[in-house]
Design a protein around this ligand. Structure first.
Ligand SMILES: Nc1nc2c(c(=O)[nH]1)N[C@H]1C(S)=C(S)[C@@H](COP(=O)(O)OP(=O)(O)OC[C@H]3O[C@@H](n4cnc5c(=O)[nH]c(N)nc54)[C@H](O)[C@@H]3O)O[C@H]1N2
Ligand SMILES: Nc1nc2c(c(=O)[nH]1)N[C@H]1C(S)=C(S)[C@@H](COP(=O)(O)OP(=O)(O)OC[C@H]3O[C@@H](n4cnc5c(=O)[nH]c(N)nc54)[C@H](O)[C@@H]3O)O[C@H]1N2
Ligand SMILES: [Mo]
Length: 764
């Protein structure tokens, strides 16, 4: 029997099954409806599909686990999108991972299958354990599982040798209890998916406007004159945003799309529900597509600001009364040459001037962004440049205008608000301590990248994951795997099997939990939970489906029970969790903006958390002014013959969960191991479509290699390439991270493309 060290950390290479069709120009429409139903019906069956989909994003239903885009106030029945439906169907699957399934499949054997296969094995039914040296999981009782965790934490001696990860689906209630438990234990080691996601937004906006969140509500889209969508692919990742864009457009807004790829969602859109009203045409969304080169956004925003400054389309009163740094910003931006801007962006001065004029003409501009900006070395800086453009025009804290980082996981923003943070502020901790009677540790904890470094140096004994798929989501897969294998006990609280259940510490536990769609019954009866969407609205979510197994527990219950066994404190954790109102009462006192939580969360539309810039055009910075923080442009020159690679999501995945193998809008089917490449770059190398290449990434003299990818010609700037994550994560260097936010630079990886088997230095 193979050694546990040999369990595959990456999905195996598939050299077949690739088929290619023409990329789509229209997003959604009938194919989206068919695809939703297909995913629902094949996984959940007819009755459950209808029952489940009917309650997504309804007042008395559950919050769609698909993304963090807000719901309109009067949600139409079936307020979900194709990809939300896939997320729901994936959770509602009829297939099961039982102890008997696990006894038949060793971890090695399962890991030889693709990520797609692993996810499609179904929902986990029982708590299970993988003993040291064993290759098969077996059943364990909840009590014994908790005692094992307690024993390992206590043997470890130092709470800082334990790490507690969170993915962003966890409810506010569960996340609050989790951070209370971890801080009671004595550590701030709470890395979360945010570290790989919008950390740069939080950091950048925190410095610029005094709050690490966006400043618009959904209603602002109806009042906006210009919406800039930069570094984001809403057609796939936030499909319901397309409806907001369409409505804004119908009310007269213009849309600029800034992206190295012409993403289908922003070209034309057809609302699936329009078919019911017999309107068959599709609508154009973006008025302008700026096909910027990867990493060229900072230069582009300098260009846009040059135009706005020249046309003097500025809010002079706002600049002088409410900001500082304007003169320096102006000096810096004016000194950036058009030559440099054209070189970095790959765009012409004319194109940027046209876009700049659109900015100058608008008196209410919104800027939306996602991973295309955050996952860069200058992620924090570039977001501050976006903020600068809006601030100098006064586009903040007024109707139709503001900053809009579009979050990923459905409650990633809420988790941070309630305390999942490795570097909490003193203000936050003081209030927490006062309300809960704990004595929070002050020393900052580790983020995702630091956790991996600590694991590798043998400094982590216990690693608990509240959801997520750490091994596949993080950079540098092989290094992460070697770190995880050094941990004594890894614990995975999850709904579905993934690679993080296979590549584990010496001992591994799986604690199966309820999903969003399921009924959560505690001692006092059925419970609801609450979440915060991308626009700072907190609202309730309640599952209505019978849990898939009687052995599942809610995340909140799991944390409470664990805390009651591990900690020697006076808190009655089980009483807290017997009725989630008790947790929320505690949250009301411990968290800013959560007063009368129990009452306000019961409002059908939830309530808005305080947001100074949005609500009153004020800024919680050291001097009460918004800061115009300007930066030197990043150095984008790379060695001749190399390419800049971005790692992106296909239409049929949810992060590391692969639902299926069709990237429908981009016309790539059956195989995800592809490199999207500019056709002229292919001709230069003499390569035809489907030619196999090996990819080598470069970072500070180190190289990483992944073999057997097929090239596909695509409308992407010359010198840029794109691959899918998580497959490409083996190529993302652990230490290549964004300044200040430490987010892996998953959208900026310098690579060579080699002939199969060719060694580096041999390319012509
Ligand atoms: N169906 C589905 N929905 C999801 C997810 C999912 O995997 N599937 N994931 C969720 C999560 S956690 C997140 S964070 C979001 C992610 O949502 P996105 O950020 O939209 O996801 P990515 O695929 O990473 O796409 C980034 C986009 O940025 C562009 N881009 C890359 N580099 C640059 C650059 O240098 N400049 C510019 N201007 N653009 C660039 C890419 O071409 C791509 O269109 O979606 C959430 N929603
Ligand atoms: N190269 C590259 N790497 C990236 C990115 C990229 O663009 N490029 N994007 C990054 C981003 S933005 C993010 S957010 C991370 C995502 O990182 P993670 O959040 O860690 O990963 P997910 O794939 O979303 O996690 C999926 C797993 O969550 C579990 N799960 C699902 N629902 C629930 C639930 O309700 N409760 C619990 N407890 N578990 C549940 C299931 O077991 C499922 O397999 O990946 C990052 N990694
Ligand atoms: Mo994310």
């Amino acid at each position: 029997m193979a050694n546990r060290e040999e369990v595959r950390a990456t999905t195996p290479v598939d050299r077949n099954h690739l088929s290619i069709s023409k990329p789509k120009q229209i997003a959604a429409g009938i194919p989206a409806v068919t695809s939703s139903l297909k995913h629902g019906l094949t996984r959940m069956g007819l009755t459950k599909t209808i029952k489940t989909l009917k309650t997504v994003n309804q007042t008395n239903g559950f919050d769609c686990p698909g993304c963090a885009w807000p719901d309109p106030e009067h949600a139409s029945l079936f307020e979900f999108c194709e990809n939300g439906a896939k997320a729901v169907a994936d959770e509602g699957t009829k297939k099961r991972v039982t102890p008997s399934f696990m006894s038949q499949h060793s971890v090695q054997e399962m890991a030889e299958n693709s990520d797609y296969w692993i996810n499609s094995q179904g929902r986990i039914t029982h708590p299970m354990i993988l003993h040291p040296g064993s290759n098969n999981y077996e059943k364990i009782s909840w009590e014994s599982a908790f005692e094992l965790i307690a024993k390992n934490i206590s043997n470890s001696g130092d709470p800082n040798r334990s790490v507690f990860y969170t993915s962003g689906r966890t409810s506010n209630e569960a996340a609050f209890l989790y951070q209370l438990f971890v801080r009671s234990l004595g550590t701030n080691n709470m890395p979360d998916c945010s570290n790989m996601c919008h950390e740069s937004s939080g950091r950048g906006l925190g410095e610029s406007i005094g709050i690490g969140k966006g400043t618009v509500t959904l209603d602002d889209f109806n009042k906006s004159k210009l919406i800039i969508v930069v570094g984001q692919n809403p057609g796939t990742n936030h499909p319901r945003m397309l409806t907001a864009l369409r409505d804004a457009k119908r009310k007269g807004a213009k849309i600029i799309h800034i992206n190295p790829l012409p993403e289908a969602g922003l070209i034309r859109f057809k609302h699936p529900q329009d078919y019911m009203t017999l309107s068959f045409g599709s609508e154009q969304l973006a008025d302008m597509h700026l096909q910027v080169k990867i990493g060229g956004d900072a230069a582009l925003f300098h260009g846009l600001m040059k135009v706005v400054l020249e046309l003097d389309s500025l809010d002079h009163n706002f600049i002088s009364d409410s900001t500082n740094g304007f003169e320096e910003l102006k000096r810096n931006v004016t000194s950036t040459s058009w030559e440099r801007i054209e070189k970095d962006t790959g765009l012409t001065r004319f194109q940027i001037e046209q876009a700049g004029k659109m900015c100058a003409d608008s008196n209410a501009t919104i800027a939306c962004w996602a991973m295309g900006l955050t996952q860069h070395k200058n992620g924090v800086a570039v977001i501050q440049e976006v903020a600068n453009l809006l601030l100098i025009g006064g586009h903040i804290g007024k109707p139709g205008a503001g900053l809009c980082p579009v979050r990923g996981h459905s409650n990633v923003q809420g988790d941070r608000t309630v305390g999942i943070w490795e570097r909490p502020s003193e203000q936050f901790l003081e209030r927490m301590d006062k309300a809960t009677g704990i004595n929070s540790p002050r020393k900052h904890g580790v983020d995702v990248v630091e956790s991996i470094i600590r694991m590798n140096s043998g400094e982590v004994d216990v690693f608990v994951c509240m959801g997520g798929n750490f091994i596949s989501a993080t950079p540098d897969t092989e290094i992460t795997a070697s770190g995880i294998r050094k941990v004594k006990l890894t614990v995975q609280i999850s709904t579905k099997l993934n690679r993080s259940h296979l590549v584990t510490g010496e001992t591994a536990l799986i604690l199966p939990c309820l999903g969003r769609t399921e009924i959560d019954k505690q001692d006092s009866g059925e419970q609801f939970v609450s979440v915060e969407n991308s626009m700072g609205i907190v609202h309730s979510s309640i599952g209505g489906i019978k849990p898939i197994s009687e052995h599942l527990r809610s995340e909140a219950w799991i944390v409470a029970k664990l805390a009651s066994i591990v900690l020697d404190d006076n808190r009655d954790w089980m009483d807290l969790v017997s009725n989630y109102d008790n947790i929320r009462d505690l949250m009301s006192n411990a968290l800013e903006g959560f007063d009368d939580y129990n009452e306000r969360v019961r409002n059908p539309n939830g309530f808005a958390l305080p947001n100074l810039p949005r609500d009153s055009r004020q800024f919680n910075t050291s001097d009460g002014r918004a800061k115009l923080i300007t930066h030197q442009l990043p150095e984008l020159t790379i060695s001749d013959g190399n390419y800049v690679m971005m790692t992106i999501r296909s239409h049929d995945q949810y992060n590391t969960t692969i639902y299926d193998l069709h990237d429908r809008y981009r016309g790539i089917h059956g195989n995800r191991r592809v490199v999207l490449m500019n056709a002229n770059d292919m001709i230069e190398r003499g390569w035809k479509t489907r030619h196999f290449v090996d990819i080598v990434s470069h970072y500070e003299g180190e190289t990483r290699r992944a073999n057997s990818w097929q090239v596909v010609p695509y409308d992407i700037p010359s010198g840029n390439i794109a691959t899918y994550f998580p497959e490409a994560n083996v190529l993302v260097p652990l230490n290549s991270t964004a300044d200040k936010s430490n987010t892996p630079t998953s959208k900026w990886i310098i690579c060579s493309l080699l002939e199969p088997g060719q060694s580096l230095g041999e390319e012509e």
